[in-house]
Design a protein around this ligand. Structure first.
Ligand code: SF4
Ligand code: SF4
Length: 365
């Protein structure tokens, strides 16, 4: 039995939103080129599959795609902006055991400004509530934190907690996938302070899952200060992304698209064991982009479980005696900026932001 992998299927680069941190909507895929069911059938067995976009519910055949992927994956989670409520509800009636993550970028006004979708917050929130009323268990929010929405972070967490939903966080990244090279956090201490508050709330909960999520958010503070990843990145070893053109890639964080092979043209085994795939794996081993996105961190947290587990044990122990068991100043870079040992400009240079770069859109020409 072949080893099961962790896969992300980007079913389209079309998107109805106009987010300020992502230009993907300006570089959509052509529907006639988008990944077919025939190619999806060639994917390997997976223990986890994330279906994403663009906006995946733009695909008219999303139901057929999910049906095919369910045959080869133990767990499916779809990431969406939640705008197409009826389509999402209909899909979940047929597949009540899948997960849905709706990106909400802050409270109502902030979300709608960032996302550029009229009434986007209410649409997303209504979709989430309807899914809960239907009895869907694996439902949650996803938020990409930037200067503009950081003050809403803890409020949004409390909202998700009231609804007993998952709360996934991210921060700004630059890559071909987002068609963006200029994303950057400007006021690091302010944003980190909101993350610190969230980490403390998560640590105080009774849910072990949330304690590990606290570790992930600790890693996000480390990331926005431009520091080395807290865990190695093993993308392309037992994890892959496939784009709408059938190109298999290690991840969505590289500056330019890195291609291991094309599943429209090759079989999975041929592609996965190819020299080209090995070349990409070597690049991953030396990659210095230090992303901290759940797609690359979750497999690493499972693989190197003792690292986050030890962090959790120490902080849960502190929580027995302290009101605030976690401080962002545990991280050296945060202390160094506070103490004037490093400047904001020096930290800016550690980030992947490049104001002069022309962002690659990763579209097949
Ligand atoms: S972040 Fe997602 S929803 Fe926003 S424009 Fe990019 S692909 Fe669309
Ligand atoms: S750090 Fe990992 S996820 Fe990020 S670009 Fe490099 S290989 Fe991809």
């Amino acid at each position: 039995m072949p080893k099961k992998l962790n896969g992300t299927v980007i079913v389209t680069y079309r998107c109805n939103a106009r987010c300020n941190m992502c230009n993907r909507y300006k570089a959509p895929s052509d529907p006639k080129d988008e990944i077919s069911l025939e190619t999806i059938r060639k994917l390997p067995p997976m223990y986890f599959t994330n279906i994403t976009g663009g906006e995946p519910f733009i695909r008219e055949d999303i139901r057929d795609i999910v049906r095919e992927l369910r045959k080869k994956s133990d767990r499916i989670v779809i990431s969406t902006n939640g705008f197409f409520t009826d389509k999402i509800i209909e899909l979940c009636k047929e597949f009540p055991d899948i997960g849905i993550r709706i990106s909400i970028e802050g409270l109502e006004q902030t979300n709608n400004e960032i996302r550029g979708l009229p009434d986007g917050f209410n649409r997303g929130y209504t979709t989430l509530k309807k899914l809960r009323e239907m009895g869907m268990k694996d439902v949650g929010f996803g938020m990409t934190v930037q200067d503009r929405n950081a003050p809403d972070l803890c409020e949004l967490y409390k909202l998700s907690d009231e609804l007993d939903m998952e709360f996934a966080t991210a921060s700004l990244h630059n890559s071909f996938y987002f068609v963006e090279a200029r994303n950057i956090i400007h006021d690091r201490p302010m944003v980190a302070q909101h993350f610190e508050d969230l980490v403390n709330m998560l640590l105080k909960s009774n849910s072990p899952k949330k304690w590990f999520r606290a570790y992930f958010n600790h890693g996000l503070i480390n990331y926005i200060y431009g520091q080395k990843r807290l865990l190695p990145c093993d993308m392309s070893f037992d994890t892959f992304f496939i784009d709408p053109y059938g190109d298999v890639m290690p991840c969505n964080g590289t500056k330019d698209k890195e291609v291991m092979g094309n599943l429209n043209e090759q079989s999975w085994d041929e592609l996965w064991n190819s020299d080209q795939a090995e070349v990409v794996r070597k690049k991953v081993r030396h990659c210095d982009r230090d992303c901290w996105m759940i797609g690359s961190v979750s497999p690493a947290m499972h693989k190197y479980i003792w690292v986050p587990a030890w962090w959790v044990i120490r902080h849960k122990f502190k929580a027995l005696f302290m009101k605030k068991p976690y401080s962002m100043y545990e991280l050296k870079a945060v202390r160094d900026l506070r103490d004037g040992k490093v400047t904001k400009e020096e930290l800016d240079k550690c980030s992947t932001c490049d104001m002069c770069a022309v962002a690659n859109d990763g579209l097949k020409k």
